[in-house]
Design a protein around this ligand. Structure first.
Ligand SMILES: O=C(O)CCC(=O)C(=O)O
Length: 307
C-alpha cells in the first residue's frame, strides 16, 4: 500500500495522506455506529467517560467535541483497525509489532465545533522512543471549511515545545502562539474524501481550526506505537491504570496489541522529552486540558480573522 516514496516522504516530513484506507463497507458501518453514538449523547448532560460535550450541547441539538476511546465503545472500531489496510501502513512505518496507545473520535459539530490548539502528541505522552504515530480516518469529507487537521512539516525532528501555560505553570496541552519556535507560516492543511486517512508522527506539530461549515467534521484518530516504545510516567491515561496495580497495567497492554507481539524489553532512544505535569484542573480530554489549563488560542488570532 505504501511505496518507498511514501515512506521517505513520511520520514522527511512527519506526515502523510493515505487514500481509501478502509473499504466502502467499513466506512458505511463506521458512520452508522458513530451517528448512533451521537444520537445516544442526547441523553447526556455532562461530559463523562464516553462523551466530551461541546458548549451548547442539548438533547435537541447534540454538540460533542469527542467520543472517547471509540475502540472501547464499540468493537467494530477495533476490528477495522486490525482488519484494514491500516495494518499495512503500521507495518511500513512502525514495523511488525504494534500497539494502540489511545483512540478518539473528534466530532466537530457544524457552526463552530471547537478548535484543537497546536500541540505535539509527544508532549502528552513521552515514551522510551518516538516510533509512534496517529492515524486520522475521515468519516466525512474534510475540506478547508470544516476544521481540517493542519501540520507543520519537519517538526517531528525538532524540539518538544513548551505546552505549559506561562500564566499558571500547568500543562495546558498547547504551544504558545507567540513561541518563536512555532512557525505557523509553514502549516500544511490536510483535506480529503471520507475514507482518506492522515498520518502524523507523534512529534509533529498539529492543530485544527473551528468547524465553520454546516457539516460535521468526523475524524477517527487511532494513536499507535511500536511495541518497544514504552510509556514514561506522566501520561494521565496510564496514571489511571497504574492505580489499579501492575496486573491492570499488564492486562491493558495485552489488550492493546494490534499486530505482532508485546515486549518487556523497551528500546530507549535519546529523544527530547518534557513531562505533562502538573496537570490542568480538568484533564478529561485535550479540549478540557487546553481550556482549563488556560491555553492561548492561535486560531482566534489567525484563522478566525482569515489572517
Ligand atoms: O481533531 C483534530 O483536528 C486534532 C486532534 C488532535 O490532535 C488530538 O485530539 O490530539
Amino acid at each position: 500500500m505504501l511505496n518507498a516514496e511514501d515512506i521517505a516522504f513520511y520520514r522527511e516530513n512527519g506526515y502523510l495522506m493515505v487514500e481509501n484506507a478502509v473499504s466502502p463497507e467499513q466506512l458505511a458501518r463506521l458512520r452508522e455506529i458513530t451517528y448512533g453514538l451521537i444520537e445516544k449523547s442526547r441523553a447526556v448532560t455532562e461530559s463523562d467517560d464516553v462523551f466530551d460535550l461541546d458548549e451548547g450541547h442539548t438533547a435537541a441539538q447534540p454538540r460533542l467535541t469527542r467520543i472517547k476511546l471509540p475502540h472501547k465503545q464499540d468493537p467494530y472500531y477495533w476490528d477495522v483497525l486490525k482488519n484494514s489496510r491500516m495494518t499495512e501502513v503500521l507495518a511500513a512505518l512502525l514495523g511488525p509489532d504494534t500497539m494502540i496507545q489511545t483512540s478518539k473520535l473528534n466530532t466537530k459539530a457544524p457552526g463552530g465545533g471547537a478548535a484543537v490548539e497546536w500541540h505535539q502528541d509527544w508532549a502528552f505522552y513521552p515514551h522510551s522512543n518516538d516510533d509512534m504515530l496517529a492515524f486520522g480516518l475521515m468519516l466525512e469529507d474534510v475540506d478547508e471549511a470544516n476544521g481540517p487537521l493542519q501540520v507543520i512539516p519537519g517538526t517531528h525532528k525538532g524540539p518538544v515545545l513548551s505546552h505549559h501555560s506561562a500564566d499558571s505553570g500547568v500543562f495546558c496541552g498547547a504551544v504558545d502562539p507567540e513561541d518563536p519556535l512555532f512557525d505557523h507560516e509553514k502549516a500544511v492543511t490536510l483535506t480529503g474524501k471520507a475514507g482518506s486517512m492522515t498520518v502524523h508522527h507523534v512529534r509533529t506539530l498539529h492543530g485544527s481550526a473551528p468547524n465553520l461549515s454546516d457539516r460535521n467534521r468526523l475524524i477517527l484518530f487511532y494513536e499507535c506505537r511500536a511495541a518497544d516504545a514504552w510509556p514514561l510516567v506522566g501520561s494521565a491515561s496510564y496514571g489511571k491504570l497504574a492505580s489499579g496495580g501492575g496486573q491492570a497495567l499488564w492486562d491493558h497492554f495485552a489488550d492493546s496489541v494490534i499486530t505482532g507481539n508485546m515486549t518487556t524489553e523497551p528500546r530507549a532512544e535519546a529523544v527530547p522529552m518534557r513531562l505533562p505535569l502538573p496537570p490542568a484542573p480538568d484533564a478529561g480530554s485535550i479540549f478540557k486540558t487546553q481550556k482549563s489549563g488556560g491555553a492561548r488560542s492561535a486560531f482566534t488570532a489567525r484563522e478566525k480573522v482569515g489572517a
